[in-house]
Design a protein around this ligand. Structure first.
Ligand code: DP6
Length: 324
C-alpha cells in the first residue's frame, strides 16, 4: 500500500511540564506548560499499511527497534479506529540527536499520530490527535501546533481537556533558538523516569506544582504582548525551579554537566551586554538559548566558544505538524 508521510518539529518548553496527575495510563500533566515549536529540528515519519504483516514494525533512523511506547500507542489507536484494520510499517527519522534532551519523543509522537491519521484516513480532529500524542508523550501534544503553544493541565479524569492551544503562530513573533550541544550520547535518565522519581521523593515537588501552575497566565500575557524581558524572567525561573525540584529528589536527578553551567553563565553575560536572550534546559545537558529576532547569530558564535560545547544548532520557530 502507499506510504504516507508526516512531519512535526521538536518543541521546547518555556514554562515546564514536570510530573503527572491522576492514576492510570492517560499521561495527564500535573501542571499546564507553554512551549515554542521549532522549524529545523524535526521528525519525519512514514507509515505504510501492509496486510501481509503479522505485527506493526517500527524503525528509528533506519534501525529496527522494539519501542514499547510506540507499539502500545499504535495498538491502542487501532482498537479505537476500525479504519486501522491492517498492521503497518512505521519509519521515523530525526534531524537531530535522539534522547539527548532535544525533545525527540515530542516530535516523534506528534509525527506518528499525524502519519497514522493520514495513512488510514482517520480524519481525526487536531484535539483528538493531541490526546493520542499526549498518551505517547506529554510534551508531544504541543508539537501538533506551531509557534507558541499552551498545554492545558485539564481537570477531567478522562483527559479530554488536557489539550494544547496555540497562543501565537510562528510568524507573529519570530524568536530564534540556539541549542548548545554539550553531549552527544543518549542521556542517563529519561524525562519520564526523572519526573516520576521527583514526584515520589522530592520534598520540593508540591511547591513546584503549586508555583508553576500560577505563572502560566502571566507567561501567556508576556507572549501575547511580546514582552521579552518578562518572558525571560518567567522562563528561566521555570527551568531552574524544575531542575531544583529534581535536584532535591533522593537520590538527586542531575541532568547538567560542567559545560551546561558554563553556557548558563555565558547567556547571562550576553544579556547583561545587551543581547536579547534567555536560557532554558530540559531533561538533558543541552542548553537552549531563546533569542530576539536578529540575535541568534551572535549568541551562536559565543556559545560555540564555551568549553565543552561540541556544536550549536540554530532554528527558527516553525509551524505545527502536518502531512507532507
Ligand atoms: C523536561 O514529555 O518527555 O522536557 O510525558 O513522560 O513522555 P513523558 O515526558 P516528556 O517530558 C518533557 C519534560 C521536559 C519539560 C517539557 O517539555 O515541558
Amino acid at each position: 500500500m502507499t506510504p504516507t508521510r508526516a512531519r512535526a518539529g521538536a518543541n521546547i518548553a518555556l514554562i515546564k511540564y514536570w510530573g503527572k496527575r491522576g492514576a492510570g495510563d492517560l499521561n495527564l500533566p500535573a501542571t499546564g506548560s507553554i512551549s515554542i515549536t521549532l522549524n529545523e529540528l524535526e521528525t519525519v515519519t512514514t507509515v505504510t499499511p501492509d496486510t501481509a504483516l503479522s505485527g506493526d514494525v517500527f524503525s528509528l533512523n533506519g534501525a529496527l527497534i522494539e519501542d514499547a511506547r510506540v507499539l502500545r500507542l499504535v495498538s491502542r489507536m487501532r482498537a479505537a479506529y476500525p479504519a486501522m484494520a491492517s498492521y503497518c510499517r512505521i519509519e521515523s527519522v530525526n534531524s537531530f540527536p535522539t534522547a539527548a534532551g532535544l525533545a525527540s519523543s515530542a516530535s516523534g509522537f506528534a509525527a506518528l499520530v499525524l502519519a497514522l491519521d493520514a495513512a488510514f484516513e482517520l480524519q481525526a480532529p487536531t484535539d483528538e490527535l493531541a490526546r493520542w500524542a499526549r498518551i505517547g508523550s506529554g510534551s508531544a501534544a504541543r508539537s501538533l501546533l506551531g509557534g507558541f503553544c499552551r498545554m492545558h493541565r485539564g481537570q477531567a479524569q478522562d483527559g479530554h481537556d488536557a489539550i494544547p492551544e496555540q497562543l501565537l503562530d510562528h510568524t507573529a513573533w519570530p524568536l530564534e533558538v540556539v541549542v548548545a550541544i554539550t553531549q552527544t550520547q543518549a542521556k542517563g535518565t529519561s524525562s519520564r523516569k526523572g519526573m516520576t522519581h521527583t514526584m515520589a521523593t522530592s520534598p520540593y515537588y508540591s511547591a513546584w506544582v503549586r508555583h508553576n501552575e500560577q505563572v502560566l497566565d502571566e507567561a501567556e500575557k508576556a507572549i501575547v504582548s511580546r514582552d521579552f524581558d518578562r518572558l525571560s524572567e518567567l522562563s528561566e525561573a521555570s527551568a531552574l525551579q524544575m531542575h531544583a525540584s529534581a535536584l532535591a529528589a533522593e537520590p538527586a536527578v542531575l541532568y547538567w554537566n560542567g559545560s551546561s553551567v558554563e553556557c548558563l553563565h555565558a547567556i547571562r553575560e550576553l544579556r547583561q551586554s545587551g543581547h536579547g536572550v534567555f536560557f532554558t534546559m530540559d531533561a538533558g545537558p543541552q542548553v537552549k538559548a531563546v533569542c530576539l529576532p536578529g540575535h541568534g547569530e551572535s549568541v551562536a558564535t559565543r556559545l560555540q566558544q564555551v568549553p565543552g560545547v561540541q556544536s550549536v544548532v540554530s532554528s527558527a520557530l516553525g509551524p505545527g505538524g502536518c502531512r507532507i
